[in-house]
Design a binder for this molecule. Structure first.
Ligand SMILES: [Zn+2]
Length: 487
């Protein structure tokens, strides 16, 4: 997610410098089709911050979502086919799903079942499965989407979470830390990554944009069907759906990665120019953090004031910094931040929400590194400003390693966690630090990661025991001392 509260200094009028070209050849190959289900296998764990979401007894391997959207009535129809593995023996398949939907039919392995929806936004269909057995769950449903409240007091949290329907018939999502259950039945926790295929039918003239590779648009009697194929395992909070009147621009990223830019026709023209720099930004990121971890990249603009690192298709608020004098420069930083998450957050995803700092600390540090390398900021100024804020952030929101459940994505997990990374940088030096980040991202692709893994990795990679330094920055109620990189 973008760090709206973190605008420190942006120098207007700077020249954009393209990063060094990566030394690379062929694009990454997606896992072969037969491997789709195996690559969706995860080890789900209950989320301590948001225990009401998700089911650690189930591991969804694949979602095939056939959706229809009627802009005039805001009616969503869905046929969701889920391939589900039982982690432990179960007598029912219970997943997250909006209680307000009407379930028209449900089946398990072709046998009709009775679906029950609870006010806690859970759908349950009876099914007896042994440990490690898989089943095909089909749920057909319809209804109008509802937003849900974000567990936060951030200014952009007023938009809510989930699929939002606009008065003009557009629809779009923001769903961190959860909210995919507002449009499809889902195991809505970050530790259950799965493969996705989406087929969304909208009236002629409308477009439906989602994450993954754009696999084509077909005309039919019900409208136009847009098909999207997720090339890699994906956490539910990183899925996106945006429906509207879109203009599409095709670009090519490093080593031929297709980049598609979808902006709302006539509404977001001002943001097109910064978006056209995505290929250069991907090149800059690749040259430092290794190969772009997915098959395709893109951005879709929506009627939001926020931005989200949705996998293979960033969701960018077209309302961000409207009217600001240096809007283009700020948008570049937001886009760079969200693109960096493709490595740090999307490919390597926190096991649970206590480790949001593993996403935002990295994206924040990388965003500032990009600004420093582009002469928009000096490291000294950034550190002075960040250290000045750090004490207040810890006092107000707690240390970044122990975020409050009702204060999701506060600036402590951005700035204070970025200062942890800067402390490691100061300890081991520029070259070793960039190699550490690159190897962390590349060695944990398509996986979930937590604090213990990070600490062990840092200690092993650096050959030093940095446990005390890491724990101090993650746990201390005050800024760590100068001996640990603080003040
Ligand atoms: Zn972020």
């Amino acid at each position: 997610m973008t760090a709206l509260l973190l605008i420190i200094a942006v120098l207007a009028g700077c020249t954009y410098h393209a990063g060094a070209r990566p030394a690379s050849s062929a694009p990454p190959s997606p896992p072969p089709v037969g491997a789709d289900l195996r690559s969706g296998r995860s080890d789900p764990v209950a989320d301590p911050l948001y225990p009401g979401r998700g089911n650690a007894d189930l591991d969804v391997l694949h979602y095939d979502l056939v959706l229809g959207w009627v802009p005039g009535t805001k009616l969503l129809t869905g046929a969701a086919t889920l391939t589900v593995r039982a982690v432990r023996p179960v007598t029912a398949l219970t997943l997250d799903f909006g209680h307000w939907y009407t379930v028209d039919a449900a089946s398990v392995n072709g046998t009709t079942g009775t679906a029950t929806l609870s006010p806690a936004d859970k759908i349950t269909v009876p099914a007896t499965l042994a440990a490690d057995a898989t089943a095909t769950l089909v749920v057909r449903y319809h209804g109008q989407p509802h937003e849900i409240r974000m567990p936060s007091s951030r200014p952009d949290a007023t938009e809510g979470l989930g699929l939002r329907a606009e008065r003009n018939g557009e629809a779009w999502t923001m769903q961190e830390p959860y909210g995919a259950f507002t449009w499809y039945p889902v195991n809505d926790i970050p530790s259950d990554k799965a493969r996705y295929d989406l087929h969304v039918t909208v009236p002629a003239g409308w477009s439906a944009v989602a994450g993954g590779e754009f696999a084509g648009q077909a005309h039919g009697p019900a409208g136009d069907t847009f098909t999207w194929h997720g090339s890699y395992p994906q956490a539910s909070y990183l899925t996106t759906l945006a429906i509207g009147h879109y203009a599409r621009i095709d670009e090519t990223g490093p080593h031929g990665v297709p980049v598609t830019i979808w902006t709302r026709s006539g509404t977001d023209d001002e943001i097109v120019e910064p978006l056209r720099q995505i290929p250069q930004m991907l090149g800059w990121l690749e040259s430092r953090f290794g190969r772009y971890p997915f098959q395709s990249a893109g951005v879709v603009s929506v009627a939001s004031t926020s931005a989200m690192e949705t996998q293979e298709m960033v969701t960018l608020g077209g309302l961000i910094a409207q009217g600001a004098a240096n809007r283009a420069a700020y948008l570049q930083e937001v886009i760079l931040h969200e693109l960096s998450h493709q490595w740090f957050g999307d490919a390597a995803t926190p096991t649970d929400w206590r480790a949001l700092w593993l996403n935002e600390g990295f994206a924040t540090w990388i965003q500032f590194q990009w600004e420093i390398e582009h002469n928009r900021l000096t490291r000294k100024d950034w550190m002075a400003s960040a250290l000045k804020q750090d004490g207040d952030l810890r006092r107000r929101s707690g240390p970044p390693g122990a975020p409050h459940a009702d204060a999701f994505a506060e600036p402590n997990v951005y700035t204070s966690a970025a200062l942890l990374l800067q402390a490691i940088y100061d300890r081991i030096g520029d070259t070793a630090f960039l190699e550490l980040l690159r190897d962390w991202a590349q060695q944990h692709r398509d996986a979930n990661v937590d604090r213990a893994q990070f600490t062990a990795f840092v200690n092993q990679h650096t050959g030093q025991d940095l446990t005390t330094l890491i724990n101090a920055w993650l746990d201390s109620p005050t800024t760590p001392p100068a001996s640990l990189g603080g003040k």
